[in-house]
Write a protein that binds this ligand. Structure first.
Ligand code: SAM
Length: 364
């Protein structure tokens, strides 16, 4: 079992993204989840998961409970250790300094030497208390069978979880702020959200990801940095040229990406999302960020027709899609043959909520 530590405000969305790197995910407390299986290299490319650890044990959100878990755990490791504790959103009131000191002492008593600067093994200890928020969508994760005594949404929980650090995500998103890219336009997607939706769509080495309304190429850059081969179209020549500039800048480098994989190939051209120049089933996943009426110029279509047409084309070329928009397009998605697997609402600022719809091809 693994412990996942989420970042950000929306655990259900973080869990949905983490499913691209882990299996059998169950949220156990605000900011925390456990998973049955894990691909550590993929954790490096997650936006809303900070760390994954080999779970040692779980208890309540207090130091005595954490001590008891650590004293009872079987530890099959050798070498030096250090302890890092966190109190998720300051919810439990546990002193993390004291937790690190006391739990470090438990490890010393068990024969380990401490090395705070460069330990062979880092023990993560997370405390969290609060209500396990219900998912905002029809998230498949919620429908998993739960063993007796396990947490369910809406329940008040108090948890500590201890685990040996196995993988951390690379926090370099600040280096790709939209305004710092070679080509910038208002409405460009924040790289954290762009990475998350790329992952949810299936971005990984060997996968092909399409953004048919790619704008400045924000999603495609993030998909390419986790190793996917990316394809983009945009109706505006200026956007297609700008996306080419950004993709060339971030993906055309010989060295591996910061997440440790080879950067994906890229192809971007001017095109209409409702008439894609691609064969059926040409890609593994589609992501698009529909125009926001006045923000983005809509070429030749009414917004409804554009979104419906793009949904139909996405359904023709891929088994999975993620659509980001300023309203929910559920009925249009269903009419195009999609099943709405999950929907998340993300508040961008006071007057703008973005809906993230995760779509899967309906199976007959
Ligand atoms: C909200 S923006 C996408 C922003 C993008 N995710 C980014 O990070 O820069 C929507 C884009 O859809 C494009 N667009 C509008 N109508 C289109 C159509 N029929 N086919 C393809 N692209 C279209 C616009 O030119 C605009 O660049």
């Amino acid at each position: 079992m693994y412990l996942l530590e989420f970042g950000g405000e929306d655990d259900a969305f973080a869990a949905c993204e983490a499913a691209s790197a882990a299996t059998g995910i169950r949220r156990i407390a605000p900011g925390l989840a456990v998973a049955g299986g894990l691909v550590p290299e993929r954790v490096r490319g997650l936006a809303y998961t900070r760390r994954a650890s080999d779970l040692l044990g779980r208890g309540d959100a207090d130091l005595a409970s954490a001590r008891a878990v650590l004293e009872a755990a079987s530890i099959d490791r050798e070498g030096t250790v250090a302890v890092r504790a966190t109190d998720v959103h300051g919810s439990s009131g546990v002193s993390t300094e004291r937790a690190e000191r006391e739990l470090g002492q438990v490890l010393v008593d068990r024969g380990f030497a401490v090395d705070l600067d460069d330990p062979d093994h880092l023990l993560r200890v997370a405390f969290s208390e609060g209500v396990l928020a219900a998912d905002s969508g029809t998230d498949a994760l919620e429908h998993e069978e739960r063993a007796e005594g396990e947490e369910s949404a809406g329940e008040r929980v108090s948890a500590c979880a201890l685990g040996w650090l196995a993988a951390e995500s690379v926090r370099d998103f600040g280096t790709r702020a939209p305004t710092d890219k070679p080509f910038f336009q208002p409405g460009s997607m924040d790289p954290l959200l762009a990475r998350a939706v790329a992952n949810v769509a299936g971005a990984r080495p060997g996968a092909a990801i399409l953004d048919p309304m790619c704008g400045t190429g924000g999603v495609l850059v993030e998909a390419g940095l986790v190793g996917a081969d990316v394809i983009g179209t945009d109706a505006q020549a200026k956007m297609a040229a700008g996306a080419q500039e950004n993709l060339g800048h971030f993906l055309e480098r010989d060295e591996p990406s910061p997440t440790g994989v080879s950067r994906g190939s890229w192809h971007v051209g001017r095109g209409d999302a409702t008439q894609l120049p691609l064969a059926d089933d040409a890609v593994d996943g589609v992501v698009f960020d529909a125009p926001y009426g006045r923000q983005s110029k809509i070429e030749t279509h009414r917004l409804e027709d554009l979104v419906s047409g793009a949904l139909a084309e996405a359904h023709r070329v891929a088994p999975r899609a993620v659509v980001i928009a300023d309203r929910s397009w559920h009925s249009e998605a269903r009419a195009a043959g999609w099943e709405v697997a999950a929907t998340f609402e993300r508040r961008v600022h006071r007057s703008l909520t973005r809906y993230v719809m995760v779509l899967e091809r309906r199976t007959a």
